[in-house]
Design a protein around this ligand. Sequence first.
Ligand code: AMP
Ligand code: GLY
Length: 441
Amino acid sequence: MKKIIVVGNGGSENAICYALKKSPQNPRIYNFATTVNPGIKKLGAEILLTDRLNNFEDLENFAGKIQPDLVIIGPENPIADGMSDFLKKIGIPCFAPSQKNVQLETSKSFTRNLLKKYEIDASPEFFVSEDAEDTKSREKFYQKFDGQIVVKADGLLGGKGVLVAGAHFDDFETAENFARKSIEKFGRVVLEEKLIGPEFSVISIVDGETVLDTQAIQDNKLAGIDDTGPQTGGMGTISDENWSLPFLDEKDLQKAREITVQTMQAIEKETGEKYVGVMYGGFIKTKNGVKLIEYNARFGDPEALNILPMMKTDFVEVCEKAVQGKLREISKLQFEPKATVLKYLCAKGYPQNPQKGAILDLPKNWDEEKAKVFFAGIKEEDGKYILNGGRAIAVLGIGKNLAEANENCEAKIREFPLEHLFYRSDIGTKELIEKRMKLVE
Ligand code: AMP
Ligand code: GLY
């Protein structure tokens, strides 16, 4: 029996374990985690507790005992700390990019400069600034776009690294303060022209030569109903039954794919290392075509939860072939032809000041045909489910179209006690989808 260690105990790792469990190879799943995720535990995984996910020593000790066939790293931080390179060095196959290649996610300037150098036409106008005292150049860029710019810190800030004009600032001073802080902390800041249009994500599994796409997903990042409130990690996501989204056509998906293929080839030329793992492209459909907002080096959260439970292709085989550089042997990933609507039930106060500690009485059934439940900010201790802050419980509705998927999601949510939780009921509704469609008109 194959043995697989999954690093991380959030929502996307719950989805990774779910997809592994569905594999006809029936692997033994181990979860390298800081808390017990009830969803991962219920799938029968053995939990390997550590104090932090980048504890290489603990992982090496566990791996020494288990002798895993594969390690899959979920979150970006251990990848950024070089966990993939470390595992490779000690002879353990690992599904995640190297430390050099993970710069695609961790450094906005690396990615923009890479696209520029290899003439990949997908970026807005941008300016990388390294001199904290050079306010003048930044002000010039700000004025060129009438203040309609985006300021990006050049390193990982856990979802707090991007300020968008109109949403987070209306004056140069606020943008400049953030820019200076980024230069002090990371040596650089990236200013970008603000792009307008609906956003979508395409998550691809790659081995340096072949790109296998999954279906397009739309995330909803703001905390409040009708796109109000602060930026979050993602309050909920939708995917349509036809792999696309109501505002996209085949040409848009083709363009997104081209950008990913070209970027995968470019990064190997740049770093000398093949990119193995996930390339999660965040795209935006503008009047001038599809542009790249960013790449992540991991399955998104919640995006992974729409995709992985619906995958019909053997996920163990997909990860193994990626690590072996043989993805070309799988011609296309297969999915259930269903629409999905996912809504996160979040701790009240999220994202600024999420409540923690409440004991939740949860419904028992987490895996039905019409709806599935996954966990993120919930830890299981002594058989109790404890709210651990942030995005807590993901409810995935599945249906023949978005309307049915939304109904199934809402029906499942009604089984949950919401005293300590809140969510965006508008995600997946016709009204919100129509509002997004208007962005392309
Ligand atoms: P990122 O971390 O790069 O994905 O940025 C977070 C969010 O900021 C994105 O999901 C977008 O909503 C927004 N954003 C980033 N870059 C741009 C841009 N150039 N134009 C418009 N919005 C952007
Ligand atoms: N949902 C966005 C992300 O995972 O970064």
